[in-house]
Design a protein around this ligand. Structure first.
Ligand code: KIV
Length: 306
């Protein structure tokens, strides 16, 4: 029997494989993804997990923050990703107010991301205050990823996009929250924008995989927003992002070249057009001429034929 972490490009990633990766000290790779082609490319590259994050509200839909994102938005994008990615572990984000108001709503919405969205797991933001929701979702048979540190759905309460857990008191509270989430049944905890020392301490204390978003190298895995990685977002790039592409510039160049080609009639060229069979075309011209002559003799030809 191969071990749970044996390398096999075609093997479906599960929460169990992730757990085995933590045990064997193999870094877990994750990026966000929101559409079919990106999901196909991520899957082919061999990514371990795709997070359909509510960050799509900012990088795809153009909102200032993630708060306007709805369950419908999430299901729409989850379905597209699920159609493209067959190997990666797919984690769908529960959007703002889909899980905070009641435990039954949280459980039902988590179920929708699985059933309608085709996800393998869900993610929600918050620490100890989320225990009832996490327990209920896990009891429904749905794997849950916790998310602590900078939790973007609480951006107004946090006073902006700020690094969290900088003081000893705040850091200790985050360590407690991570342990509480693990105890409630989370299969993994994502930590965003906290000092690397704190993230490393949490990673050492948790049995489940800890994934970093701007939380340093001491975690079990790394996740970033795919638009930041590709240089596909025009507004800002967080300081903790490493950019591997400049898609936005390539896109602008390509659009400019297309506009020039159309205006200067370089596009479409013959190879971009469909030609009609010459005999069929001659016949068509003859038929049009006959029709025009008929209409003219009846005096019913439209103005443009007279
Ligand atoms: O929505 C998202 O993409 C996220 C990541 C930034 C962790 O929550």
């Amino acid at each position: 029997m191969p071990s749970d972490s044996a390398p096999n490009a075609a093997r479906k990633m599960t929460t169990h494989v992730w757990q085995a990766k933590k045990v064997h000290g193999e870094p877990i790779t994750m990026l966000t993804g929101y559409d079919y082609p990106t999901a196909v490319a991520l899957d082919r590259a061999g990514i371990d997990g795709i997070l359909v994050g509510d960050s799509l509200g900012m990088v795809v839909l153009g909102y200032d923050n993630t708060l306007p994102v709805t369950m419908q938005d999430m299901i729409h994008h989850c379905r597209a990703v699920a159609r493209g990615a067959k190997r990666a572990l797919l984690v769908g984000d529960l959007p703002f107010m889909s899980y905070q108001a009641s435990v039954s709503e949280a459980t039902r919405n988590a179920g929708r991301l699985m059933q309608k969205g085709g996800m393998d797991a869900v993610k929600l933001e918050g620490g100890r205050e989320r225990v009832p929701a996490v327990r209920s979702i896990v009891e429904a048979g749905i794997p849950v990823m916790g998310h602590i540190g900078l939790t973007p759905q609480s951006v107004h309460q946090l006073g902006g996009w700020k690094v969290q857990g900088k003081s000893a008191v705040a850091a200790r509270r985050l360590i407690e929250d991570a342990l509480i989430l693990e105890d409630a049944g989370c299969f993994s905890v994502l930590i965003e924008a906290v000092p690397e020392e704190l993230a490393a301490l949490i990673t050492q204390r948790l049995a489940v995989p800890v994934i970093s978003v701007g939380a340093g190298a001491g975690c079990d895995g790394q996740c970033l927003v795919v638009h930041d990685v590709l240089g596909f977002f025009d507004r800002f790039t967080p300081h903790f992002v490493k950019r591997y592409g400049d898609i936005f510039s390539h896109m602008s160049e390509a659009f400019g070249a297309y506009i020039d080609d159309v205006r200067s009639r370089r596009f479409p060229a013959p190879e971009h057009s469909h030609a009609m069979d010459a005999q069929e075309y001659r016949e068509l011209v003859r038929e049009i001429e006959m029709l025009e002559a008929e209409l003219e003799s009846e005096g019913t030809a439209p103005d443009r034929l007279q």
